[in-house]
Ligand binder design. Structure first.
Ligand SMILES: CC(C)(COP(=O)(O)OP(=O)(O)OC[C@H]1O[C@@H](n2cnc3c(N)ncnc32)[C@H](O)[C@@H]1OP(=O)(O)O)[C@@H](O)C(=O)NCCC(=O)NCCS
Length: 374
């Protein structure tokens, strides 16, 4: 049976850091609240489009695999913050990494986009449609964040990571997975303002309002991620003692702690980086996976459990078997252009642009929203 082994991995974090103290300069919040309620200390703000983050992560993953773009059959771009919709974002990465023979498409399931894309890429390799696939998780949330809403503005950051999947006879890559969507909870996490329906109503792009029921999301996330994890472990016939490391989606430290407890794991088994990056949506799980490898938490042959959730409410859990190699085959020279502004400067510029843009256009609050969307 063919498997889809992870042959390369790479991340790209924009350098500008937005601290909790920075947020407190324009929001009624403070470092103590954010740390104790979320586990977040800082997050990144990108000075380049999301596609640029994705390209650097992708090139680093290809170098790690010792592969050239021309060997790829497939590029999947997992994101809910695309720089443009037509053409798709995957094709922008494809052209820059020279993946001339590849198919390329985008996947949006919000924060789980990378995990869903990993499943799709794996299935296409297992079915023989592709041999080598590039799977990307990337998010540029800073451009459509509602920076005046403290309920959401403190929670998110920008980033990207990618893996290269390669067909393999050895049992490697995804061993078992569960994908699901609690569609009855569509309303609890919704970004109003992005999409044609809003454009038709004259709302400026980026003028968002986040419908966000944090506590309900919290409950659903804990239930969904722990049940999905127990399900994949049961189906794979493994117990928590067999799992080397848990690499979860990280939207709140308390959510991760609750999931670990319900799944029967101690926190020493969980890889965390939420304090450094906040929630990078689709980029969170792959960045954490890359760092877990870089920091020696993933050993040759390790079993890795990756539970995730996102707007939809989509949820997932993946059980992965790592291969024998935990170091890159080739050093990478892929880099972002230098950043000349602080994160706070960039956020204040985005805030000013939004206020300016709002002057001539109807505010989101004033337009009648099409409730037929469900
Ligand atoms: C958002 C979240 C951190 C809020 O934590 P919480 O413990 O549930 O906090 P509450 O919503 O009960 O709010 C407690 C108080 O803090 C206030 N508060 C909210 N955000 C705040 C902030 N950034 N700074 C200071 N106070 C804040 C609230 O207004 C509330 O005040 P009140 O009691 O006077 O009404 C938490 O619910 C969560 O992480 N939810 C899921 C996150 C998520 O979905 N992320 C994206 C999905 S991928």
């Amino acid at each position: 049976m063919t498997h889809a082994a992870i042959a390369g991995w790479g991340k790209c974090l924009p350098p500008a850091i937005l601290t909790n103290q920075d947020l407190a300069t324009f929001l009624p919040t403070d470092d103590e609240w954010i740390r104790t309620r979320t586990g977040m200390h800082e997050r990144r703000v990108s000075h380049v489009p999301g596609i640029e983050l994705a390209i650097v992560a992708a090139q680093r993953a290809l170098d790690c695999a010792g592969m050239d773009g021309g060997e790829l059959d497939l590029v999947i771009y997992g994101s809910c913050s695309n720089d443009e919709l037509v053409p798709n974002s995957a094709s922008a990465v494809q052209v820059r990494v020279g993946a001339v023979h590849a198919a390329a498409f985008d996947v949006n399931t919000a924060c789980t986009s990378f995990m869903y894309a990993l499943s799709i890429g794996t299935s296409m390799i297992k079915s023989g449609i592709a041999n080598n696939a590039l799977i990307i998780g990337v998010e540029l949330i800073s451009r459509y964040m509602d920076w005046e809403n403290r309920n959401v503005a403190v929670l998110f950051g920008d980033g990207a990571a990618a893996v290269v999947l390669r067909a393999s006879d050895a049992e490697s890559g995804i061993i078992a997975e569960k994908l699901q969507c609690y569609a009855d909870a569509r309303q609890v996490l919704r970004v109003r303002g992005m999409g044609t329906i809003y454009a038709n109503l004259g709302v400026q792009y980026g003028q968002t309002r986040w419908d966000f029921d944090g506590q309900e999301i919290f409950r659903k996330a804990v239930h969904g991620m722990s049940e999905a994890s127990l399900d994949v472990m049961r189906r794979a016939g493994v117990g928590m003692q067999d799992i080397g490391v848990i690499v979860p989606h990280q939207a709140n430290l308390r959510i991760v702690e609750a999931v670990a407890k319900r799944a029967g794991a101690g926190m020493d088994k969980v890889f965390l980086n939420i304090h450094k990056y906040g929630n990078m949506s689709s980029a969170t799980a792959p960045v954490a996976l890359v760092e877990a490898v870089e920091e020696g938490r993933v050993k040759p042959g390790s079993l890795i459990l990756m539970p995730a959730f996102g707007a939809g409410l989509t949820l997932s859990s993946h059980l992965l078997r790592w291969g024998e190699r935990v170091t890159p085959l080739r050093a990478s020279s892929a880099e972002l252009p230098p950043c000349t502004k602080t994160a706070l400067q960039m956020v204040n510029e985005i805030r000013a642009q939004k206020q300016e843009g709002a002057a001539g256009a109807p505010l989101l609050e004033q337009v009648k929203l099409a409730e037929s969307l469900g």
